[in-house]
Design a protein around this ligand. Structure first.
Ligand SMILES: NC(=O)c1ncn([C@@H]2O[C@H](COP(=O)(O)O)[C@@H](O)[C@H]2O)c1NC=O
Length: 502
């Protein structure tokens, strides 16, 4: 039998209906300052928490509910005679329902506020009540999520109480929330890059139809503390995003964001690997060039732009089957064209990728590393011949692309467009041969994600009349590659920075 509820909520939406429901069933309501005022002004009979605690709210609200009159009322085990006698003796009234939503630390930590302002958004009293009620869930119903008001009301309406299973679920939700909440606070306060415990604060955005394959279930979670690209997308058209869509879109978006603001770039991507990337005079030109890189693989792929998409480009995009088009903006007539393709996911994103760290799960562990935000350490010509200015532009372009190709990776490019991309090979020469064969052009440049272990890659480049090469260098046999370059009249640059992508 519910007799007393404590309601203390930062976000007041939905709480009136809940309070009214409880009042109509004779439940006494106790509330903290702001909630008390809100309920009272809306005609709810409510007891001020200070009357229960016999203490004023103090220290700017830092202490309101942190009191044995509250926590004794929550934590007493109703079947424990001693507990009940103790609270009776101390004139503590049991609290049967706790409704709390917390200070919005997740939002505030992302805002441009002073450190101390953020600290003040760390809720102490709320979590304390939630945790206490969740521990004692068999006797106390605990609501930490306003989306649960409805089900609690429905169950009380039907049976006069809330089932054991639902109480347990509500309690579990408290600790699920608290772990994310506390994780966000820990990450805000700790300055080490790799803390003793790995805390993440992600919230479920949607259940996905399936994961990488249809027999794998999946869900998508969005970071509560990071203001990244993928949690700032807006879907303007098309079917629901899938697991593979989100994963692929993330990489395509990273590729186009690798370039300078003044560059206009388009990336076609398939199976998490760029299949055609090109710079253009305008978006249309960039798309045509990216498409021409590999008109076969782009089918069913993802296309990303770093500039607004116009109607002419949209018409061209609509000619083939694509999964996603992502860009910072779309002209309204371009959007109209793209919307004629019912399933095509059209995504607007104005956020550059920002993540500091990335992680990958292994069986029983988690690998965490800094995201690869670097490009080159240096541009050191190591051959007799130096690349021309135009070749340097192409070398840099190819290096930006090869960063996103699975290792071992080789990109062949010319005139600001990829001609051949070879990736995911277990040795470098295969990746090189694959990319060079696809490119099938003379005078192109070659970028490699890691050093050449032998002189054979340069030999393959010479066979395809490559003009210039860019690679990190650092192999004990670098001299073989340098000598071969000099022999074949190829220029080569060492960057001193590897971009493995396993
Ligand atoms: N200090 C306390 O004892 C305390 N008790 C409850 N709170 C929080 O105060 C908020 C509600 O305050 P109000 O009813 O005054 O608007 C809730 O988000 C609740 O989690 C507290 N605030 C922070 O710690």
């Amino acid at each position: 039998m519910l007799k007393r509820a404590l309601i203390s909520v930062f976000y007041k939406d939905g709480v009136l209906e809940m309070a009214k429901f409880l009042q109509d069933r004779g439940v006494e309501i106790v509330s903290t300052g702001g909630t008390y005022k809100h309920l009272k002004e809306n005609g709810i009979k409510v007891i001020d928490v200070t009357e229960v605690t016999n203490f004023p709210e103090m220290l700017d609200g830092r202490v309101k509910t942190l009191n044995p009159y509250i926590h004794g009322g929550i934590l007493a085990i109703r079947d424990n005679k001693e507990h009940m006698e103790t609270i009776k003796e101390k004139e503590i009234t049991p609290i049967d329902l706790v409704i709390v939503n917390l200070y919005p630390f997740f939002d505030k930590v992302k805002e441009d506020l002073e450190f101390q302002e953020k600290v003040e958004f760390i809720d102490i009293g709320g979590p304390t009540m939630l945790r206490a009620a969740a521990k004692n869930f068999q006797d106390v119903i605990v609501i930490s999520d306003k989306d649960d008001y409805k089900e609690v009301m429905a169950q009380i309406e039907e049976t006069g109480d809330v089932s054991f299973n639902f109480r347990k679920k509500l309690a579990g939700k408290v600790f699920n929330l608290m772990s994310a909440y506390d994780g966000a606070i820990a990450n805000f306060l700790l300055e080490d890059e790799y803390n003793e415990y790995y805390n993440i604060s992600y919230k479920k955005v949607m259940s996905l139809r399936y994961g990488e394959n249809s027999h794998q279930s999946a869900a998508y979670y969005s970071s509560l503390t990071e203001d990244g690209a993928m949690n700032n997308i807006e879907q303007l058209n098309g079917k629901e995003l899938s697991y593979n869509n989100i994963k692929d879109m993330d990489i395509a978006w990273k590729v186009v964001n690798e370039f300078k603001e003044e560059d206009t770039v388009c990336c076609g991507l398939k199976h998490n690997t760029p299949c055609g990337v090109a710079l253009g005079e305008n978006v249309y030109d960039a798309y045509i060039k990216a498409y021409e890189c590999d008109p076969v693989s782009i089918f069913g792929g993802i296309v990303a732009f770093n500039k607004k998409v116009d109607k002419a480009t949209a018409e061209k995009l609509a000619e083939i089957f694509l999964e996603i088009v992502i860009a910072p903006e779309f002209d309204s007539d371009a959007l109209e064209v793209l919307k004629t393709k019912k399933n095509l996911r059209v995504i607007r994103c104005n956020h550059a990728p920002k993540e500091k760290h990335e992680f990958v799960k292994v069986d029983g562990g988690l690998l965490v590393q800094q995201s690869d935000k670097e490009f080159v350490n240096e541009m050191k010509t190591v051959t007799k011949k130096a690349p021309s200015e135009k070749e340097i532009r192409d070398l840099e372009f190819a290096m930006k692309v090869v960063k996103y190709v699975k290792s071992n990776a080789i990109v062949v490019a010319k005139d600001g467009k990829t001609l051949g991309i070879g990736g995911g090979q277990v040795n470098r020469i295969w990746a090189a041969e694959e990319a060079l064969e696809r490119a099938n052009t003379e005078g192109a440049v070659v970028a490699s994600d890691a050093f050449f272990p032998f002189g054979d890659v340069v030999e393959a480049c010479a066979k395809h009349k490559v003009a210039s090469i860019i690679q990190p260098g650092g192999s004990i046999r670098d001299n073989e590659s340098i000598e071969n370059c000099d022999k074949f009249g190829i220029s080569m640059i060492f960057t001193g920075l590897r971009h493995f992508k396993h």
